[in-house]
Design a protein around this ligand. Structure first.
Ligand SMILES: O=C(O)C1=C[C@@H](OP(=O)(O)O)[C@@H](O)[C@H](O)C1
Ligand SMILES: C=C(OP(=O)(O)O)C(=O)O
Length: 428
């Protein structure tokens, strides 16, 4: 699908989409619980739908009601030998240790960018937990045979926090006395979100400074009701759109959330946008010329694309740290942002872990490509708002991975969005 976004002023009110990070975790906890859990404000993005499918294949009964899902489970009891995690990095890294609680051999697959993302971790760590694991040279498919035994284990958290989320969730239902020790953990706030979610479902884990996670006695997940929070990662694009091109109110955003990407507020503040946060709503407005800023996105890597769209509108050079966290996302996002924003006349320099965005030089109308990366499509759409002409985004359907409502929300805020071709694009 090709979508054309034209320059426009932003004005209006919109409700944030449900967080896929929170929704996928809740689906996993509901699978691990015994009884019926209710998930309100459910996400319907591809990653969320993949999580629901995985829960079904691992034995839960998933029923969609008007405004919520009912997930009934008796713990992990696979009804299929193959589990498909779609394109979700969190999905595969979280559900693999959970699936390994079962005794039967399972094959875990995915598609799109997921087939090129690193999974060596499992081959290294799962055998230490009594799980036989074979990867395809560190990539998908994974073949595992459990059952996983939760004992003391030391892991490396530098590539992704998602592996630790998976181990914590799985240990939560079987560990008696065990400690997970993690070295060099990145994306820490995502682990805070995992612990918060586990506690909501009745499993409590103590930690020392996010370095050691202690399970001290056998616990079990309870089937409960859970309401999915609004998504700071998706909303970041709308908040930046408001900061560069007008004013918007985004509702259903919890400013006390454990989500890492609420840090977008700090960047908007440094850039000089006007910010009016409530408890469950955020109003952002343009406040005249935006200033370049410095920001460390090491622990909130998904903010890079909206930060680049913001920086492109700030007069001067913005410096963002954490580029090394981007190499293994849906695309190699440092390079993708450099290429696609380059087409719109914005110079981006990459220097090791640092990104320099040369902003305020004028954004040009151009034809760009999402590179099958949802956050690149959304960043280009936001950049279009202040461009000197239309920006046409090829493979714009990539947004469905996390935020299918994105173009509708942008249009609701006054952007001119037009589907110029419904045909699926060839990969770039
Ligand atoms: O746990 C999660 O929900 C996520 C963790 C982050 O990954 P890393 O830990 O690999 O940075 C983030 O980039 C991803 O989009 C979602
Ligand atoms: C990297 C992302 O997700 P995941 O790793 O879960 O595929 C993302 O949403 O930007």
């Amino acid at each position: 699908m090709k979508v054309k976004v034209s320059p426009a002023a932003i004005k209006g009110i919109v409700t944030a989409n449900p967080s896929k990070s929170a929704m996928q975790r809740a689906v996993a906890a509901a699978l691990l619980a015994k009884g019926t859990s209710i998930i309100r404000n459910p996400g319907l993005s591809n990653d969320c739908l993949a999580a629901l499918d995985v829960a079904g294949r691992l034995g839960a009964t998933v029923v969609k009601k008007d405004d919520h899902y009912e997930i009934t489970s008796n713990g992990v009891a696979p009804v299929s030998a193959e589990i498909n995690c779609g394109e979700s990095g969190l999905g595969i890294r979280m559900f693999t240790p959970i699936a390994a609680l079962a005794t039967q051999p399972l094959t875990i697959v995915g598609h799109g960018s997921l087939v090129t993302r690193p999974m060596d971790f499992f081959e290294e760590v799962l055998p230490k937990l009594s799980v036989d694991c074979k990867t395809n040279d560190g990539k998908l498919p994974l073949n595992i045979t459990g059952p996983l035994k939760a004992n003391d284990v030391e892991i490396d958290g530098s590539l992704s926090s998602q592996f630790l989320t998976g181990l914590l969730m799985a240990f939560g239902s079987v560990a008696e006395k065990a400690t997970i020790t993690v070295k060099d953990l990145k994306s820490k706030p995502y682990i805070a979100l995992t612990l918060q979610l586990m506690e909501h479902f009745g499993v409590k884990v103590e930690n020392d400074n996010f370095e050691r996670f202690h399970f001290t006695s056998r616990q079990s997940y309870s089937a409960v009701e859970y309401t999915v929070e609004g998504d700071w990662s998706g909303a970041a694009f709308l908040l930046v759109a408001a900061a560069v091109a007008g004013r918007a109110e985004v509702k259903h955003l919890n400013t006390q959330s454990a989500q890492s990407d609420k840090a977008i507020i700090q960047a908007l503040e440094s850039a000089g946008a006007q910010i009016m946060p409530g408890l469950y709503t955020v109003i952002i407005a343009n406040n005249g010329e935006l200033k370049p800023f410095e920001f460390d996105a090491t622990d909130c890597p998904d903010l890079f694309p909206p930060l680049v769209a913001l920086a492109a509108n700030c007069k001067g050079v913005t410096k963002i740290a954490g580029v090394s966290r981007l190499a293994h996302k849906e695309s190699d996002r440092g390079l993708t942002l450099q290429d696609e924003f380059g087409k719109m006349g914005i110079r981006i320099d990459l220097d090791g872990d640092l990104m320099y965005v040369h902003g305020g030089t004028g954004i040009k109308g151009a034809a760009v490509h999402s590179r099958n990366d949802h956050r690149i499509a959304m960043a280009c759409a936001v950049a279009a708002l202040t461009a000197d002409g239309d920006v046409e985004i090829e493979n714009a359907e990539a947004i469905n991975k996390s935020y299918p409502e994105f173009f509708d929300h942008l249009a609701q805020l006054g952007a001119k969005v037009e589907v110029t071709s419904a045909e699926k694009a060839l990969n770039h």
